[in-house]
Design a protein around this ligand. Structure first.
Ligand code: TPP
Length: 559
């Protein structure tokens, strides 16, 4: 069997259903081996979108998404998506073609050291040097990508390794020397966590993306309801806890709710679950958590003490850690009452900020648009976002009800991520409506994926909050640079309705709330992608927000 055929067989054995990719000279044997394979190949228009699609697919399926690219520029185009997946702990297996072994290091046509490039933004990067290594390499790649803290893995295969023949052995199980991801919780530490939680008067749960990755939704809810404590999330953890739950307070941090940012400062014990204390969530590391006890649950031991020193660390899969914690706690306490001074404070803060933060005075605004979208989109609908004000508005004004149905590029902050990621999500969940909450600048970066959405029958909705601006940068220039605008105007170009139509998709411009309601309903019924172009006032700012380098207490609440 050739190396290329072995690759495809190994992928089939892993249960891979979809591959997002684009061929070239150095992966032609792989594309040839795809003919007749039991895998759906989706041809992208740019490799960056292939890695974002694989990432979006992975976040919904909760198993690795796969993308293919040729060597050199194909491989480097994948890197933004790989780095995005790395920053957000998403399992992606990227397979690149490479120049033949005897050409490596000779500046051959389309040669790049993709292993060197990918090393800092993958969990591991492999380059099999003989065809017989391929089955085991693929098995290892999936194991590493999906186990422990998930992340991307690269498999770079020289062209002659793809064509050479060998006798293949496909392993059923694999062990990787030196890689032993933890799964079970350390019970002694759980006991110490229980003590701290029971001593606290103002405990708070801060749920991160790890809750979503491990699917610990029921366990998190059981814990919150047993303790009757407020739950905030990080932005990546948005949707780990239903945002219409009476204990929910939504995200903290730069994109956070004012009341969530305020209450976490007032807490005396923080239970951080599957969260990495990113600067975007906690502001200044030296200020955050001062005078409080911190319990940190995470699957990745490298996260413990990295940004914040903690009182108790529980390393292991957060789903099983939470199960143990709930079991121990429920032996010690009955379910707590739904009234307490701490919960009253929660209500007070919500009330205060709902009266203080004024709506932007216009018929159609980002906030009203997103509330309308929430009203009309089924609870299980999946939402991705682009990056910028659109992302922050989504964080603030779009409530996630069904756990795990919202995701964004929260770590790398990659413009152009949301649209292809939404197509990947649609491939993973074809019967669920999928919406990308977009800004015009971000959509410009990968809008050519409309071709994929139309031709591969993966219809998604692009909810385009169009301010003809690189809005978030403009807001910073307004706020921090005395309105000295530089490099942010996009001047109503292109016409997104025409762009959509040019690709065979549906384009609708919604200039009032009534038109928007009609457009959303039409998009939800459409069997092609729909771009809803919603003109937003370029001066509409996102409030509240926490400026970089400042603490949560310095949150700018705005008008
Ligand atoms: C690839 C990439 N380039 C640049 C940036 C820096 N950046 C962050 S937000 C932003 C503006 C986004 O504009 P748009 O997509 O129109 O969304 P808006 O802020 O207007 O809602 C830019 C340029 C980025 N995050 N990603």
């Amino acid at each position: 069997m050739s190396g290329a055929k072995a690759l495809i067989s190994a992928l089939e054995k892993e249960g891979v259903e979809v591959i997002f990719g684009l061929p070239g000279g150095a992966n032609l044997p792989i594309y040839d081996a795809l003919v007749g394979a039991n895998v759906r190949h989706i041809l992208v228009r740019h490799e960056q979108s292939a890695s974002h699609m694989a990432d979006g697919y992975a976040r919904i399926k909760r198993k690795a998404g796969v993308c293919f690219a040729t060597s050199g520029p194909g491989a480097t185009n994948l890197v933004t998506g790989i780095a995005t997946a790395y920053a957000d702990s998403s399992p992606v297996v990227a397979v690149t073609g490479q120049v033949p072994l005897n050409m490596i290091g000779k500046d051959a046509f389309q040669e790049t050291d993709i292993i060197g490039v990918a090393n800092p933004c993958t969990k591991y990067a492999f380059q099999p040097r003989s065809p017989a290594e391929i089955p085991e390499t693929v098995k290892k790649a999936f194991y590493i990508a999906e186990s422990g803290r998930p992340g991307p893995v690269l498999v770079d295969i020289p062209k002659d390794v793809q064509t050479a023949e060998a006798e293949m052995k496909f392993p059923d199980l694999i062990k990787v020397r030196g890689y032993n991801p933890s799964t079970e919780a350390d019970l002694s530490e759980v006991g110490r966590a229980v003590e701290l939680i029971l001593k606290a008067e103002k405990p708070i749960i801060m749920a991160g993306g790890g809750v979503i990755l491990s699917g610990a939704f029921a366990e998190l809810q059981a814990l919150a309801e047993l303790l009757m404590v407020p739950v905030v999330t990080t932005f990546k953890g948005k949707g780990a806890f239903p945002e219409n739950h009476p204990l929910a307070m939504g995200p903290i941090g730069m994109h956070g709710h004012a009341e969530a940012n305020k209450i976490i400062i007032e807490a005396d014990c923080i239970l951080a679950i599957g969260a990495r204390f990113s600067d975007r969530s906690v502001g200044r590391f030296d200020e955050f958590g001062k005078g409080m006890s911190i319990i940190h649950m995470d699957i990745d031991p490298a996260e413990i003490g990295k940004n914040k020193s903690v009182d108790v660390a529980i390393v292991g899969d957060v789903k099983s850690s939470l199960k143990t914690l709930v079991k121990l706690l429920s032996k010690k306490i009955p379910k707590r009452a739904s009234e307490s001074p701490w919960l009253r404070r929660r209500k007070e803060l919500i009330q205060y900020f709902s009266e203080t933060i004024k709506d932007y005075p216009r018929d159609i605004t980002a906030k009203k648009s997103l509330k309308k979208l929430r009203e009309l989109l089924p609870a299980k609908g999946i939402v991705t976002t682009e990056v910028g004000q659109c992302q922050m508005w989504a964080s603030l004004h779009f409530d996630v009800i069904a756990p795990g149905t919202f995701f964004s590029s929260t770590g790398l902050g990659t413009m152009g991520f949301g649209f292809p990621a939404s197509i990947g999500a649609k491939a993973a969940a074809p019967n669920v409506p999928v919406v990308d909450i977009a800004g015009d600048g971000s959509f410009n970066m990968t809008e050519n994926s409309l071709a994929v959405s139309v031709l591969d029958k993966l219809p998604v909705i692009v909810f385009l909050m169009n301010n003809y601006m690189l809005g978030m940068v403009a807001q910073w220039q307004r706020t921090f640079y005395g309105r000295r605008y530089s490099g942010v105007h996009q001047h109503n170009c292109p016409d997104y309705v025409k762009i959509a139509e040019a690709y065979g998709a549906q384009g609708i411009r919604a200039q009032s709330m009534t038109e928007l309601e009609k457009a959303i309903k039409s998009a939800l019924k459409s069997d092609v992608a729909t771009v809803i172009d919603i003109p937003i006032d370029p001066d509409e700012d996102v409030y509240p927000f926490v400026a970089p380098g400042t603490g949560l207490k310095d949150m700018i609440v705005g008008g």
